[in-house]
Ligand binder design. Structure first.
Ligand code: ZN
Length: 157
């Protein structure tokens, strides 16, 4: 594989950082993602293969390869930190799928939107069957209160 120098990391890395080394790769056949969830037999798989039934694994691998654009988008968003991720995500989705545009609540709570993105990825590759809901602060508060938690500064405690 072609090598390039990553000045930030100060070491040679593979040109495509998305592509893990063979030893880090998800144990599911044909999966391009990193494995980080241990499964039976001491092997490690990606979140999608960890969530999917083994009978679905090859279909999920194929769907993951078809959704490399979504994986790249998730990595872009992840790397933005305090940057303009709301604007970036809004522009990215406004014509493709308005359901994926960050809601006003999500725009104030990166982790909520990022969590939804990860679950959306699992849903779109067929690893899970229920599409994740948009995060709404009022709903989270209601659920916390129903569960008997006190609501303190946006977090149930
Ligand atoms: Zn995988």
């Amino acid at each position: 594989m072609a090598q390039t120098f990553d000045h930030k990391a100060g070491r040679a890395v593979s040109r495509r950082q998305d592509e893990p080394e063979e030893s880090n790769r998800c144990a599911a056949n044909g999966c391009p993602l990193r494995g980080h969830v241990s499964v039976a037999g001491g092997r490690e798989v990606c979140s999608a293969h960890a969530a999917a039934a083994p009978a679905q694994w090859s279909q999920v691998s194929e769907a993951i390869r078809d959704h490399d654009w979504l994986h790249a988008f998730i990595r872009d968003i992840q790397g933005m930190g305090d940057g303009p991720w709301v604007e970036y995500a809004t522009r990215f989705w406004e014509e493709a799928d308005q359901y994926m545009i960050p809601t006003p609540d999500e725009a104030h709570y990166f982790d909520a939107y990022f969590g939804r993105l990860l679950r959306e990825f699992l849903y779109r590759v067929g690893a899970t069957t229920r599409r994740p809901q948009r995060w709404v602060a009022a709903d989270a508060r209601k659920k916390a209160l129903e569960a008997g938690y006190r609501f303190v500064r946006g977090n149930a405690s």
